[in-house]
Design a protein around this ligand. Structure first.
Ligand SMILES: NC(=O)c1ccc[n+]([C@@H]2O[C@H](COP(=O)([O-])OP(=O)(O)OC[C@H]3O[C@@H](n4cnc5c(N)ncnc54)[C@H](OP(=O)(O)O)[C@@H]3O)[C@@H](O)[C@H]2O)c1
Length: 252
């Protein structure tokens, strides 16, 4: 099998998959699969019937995370604009919120976990939906003290992390909740674990557009719009790429 990928946080994933067998956890799923698994299993320890809120349920991370949370037996609410609600429901979401017209913080309460993909104000307001002891795991917020403790770095960077995460830590503390920032870690063992529900059709990858290698600029520009539905992928069939126009995997 010849296949390689360069996952990127929030951008398109570059992959070469001449003879990549299907179905399995393809390279396009690696980043979002490991991100979702590590956030929900390793950090939040999600148990059946626990309540999980997923921000940007229609994004690359969100489309995978909804399905994994349901597979773990959780009750899932996800946010997206109205047009994408049918997709979220089809992925298993029990409840959907239109983030453009509804305020999730006014509607939800008693949640065990929030998977935050937005950072900023969305992250800060997410603590308000948690029960005491609940956790926000963010892939887009400020690094936390755990990362400062466990990653090798000079003292001034540790100090910087302490400073930039101060506000989030204060809000979490005041509501008796926890905050964790996570950076996906490569893990072959976890990919093997996640392959079973993907192979079994329980979790299905959602791919928005597939670009040829010579369309890298367009692919990055599209991913950076923040409007993609599922993953944006750059496919490398041969060095030099092809001149095929990007095709929409969703429309297929
Ligand atoms: N730390 C890590 O290890 C790690 C790993 C993976 C990803 N990330 C980060 O996670 C973030 C999300 O990545 P992604 O690939 O899932 O993003 P993405 O695919 O670009 O997300 C696009 C989706 O977000 C929705 N969206 C935009 N603004 C929203 C809002 N305010 N509330 C709810 N939904 C909103 C859009 O829906 P509409 O079109 O309906 O607006 C669109 O479907 C990025 O910042 C990425 O860098 C970090």
């Amino acid at each position: 099998m010849k296949a390689w990928f360069i996952p990127s946080y929030g951008g398109p994933d570059v992959l070469q998959c001449g003879d990549w067998p299907e179905p399995l956890v393809g390279p396009q799923d690696v980043l979002v699969a490991l991100t979702s698994l590590q956030a929900m299993v390793d950090i939040a320890h999600i148990q059946p019937r626990q309540k999980v809120l997923i921000h940007a349920g229609a994004g690359g991370v969100g489309t995978f995370a909804i399905q994994l949370a349901k597979h773990l037996g959780a009750y899932v609410c996800a946010t997206a604009s109205q047009a994408k609600h049918p997709l979220l429901r089809s992925l298993g979401a029990d409840e959907v919120i239109d983030y453009k017209t509804q305020d999730f913080a006014q509607i939800l309460s008693g949640y065990d976990m929030v998977l935050d993909t937005q950072g900023g104000d969305t992250l800060l307001r997410s603590f308000g939906v948690l029960r005491a002891g609940g956790i926000v795991v963010s892939v887009a917020g400020p690094p936390d003290l755990e990362l400062a403790r466990t990653w090798p770095m000079p003292w001034y960077l540790r100090l910087g992390i302490r400073a930039i995460s101060w506000k989030v830590r204060r809000v979490a503390r005041s509501l008796q909740c926890r905050y964790r920032f996570m950076l996906m870690q490569p893990s072959g063992a976890q990919l093997a674990e996640i392959a079973a529900p993907v192979d079994g059709g329980i979790i299905r990858p959602v791919i928005d557009k597939v670009y040829a290698f010579d369309q890298v600029k367009q692919a990055v520009a599209y991913a950076e719009t923040g409007r993609a539905t599922g993953k944006v992928v750059i496919r490398v069939d041969a060095l030099g790429g092809s001149a095929d126009p990007p095709h929409s995997a969703l429309a297929a």
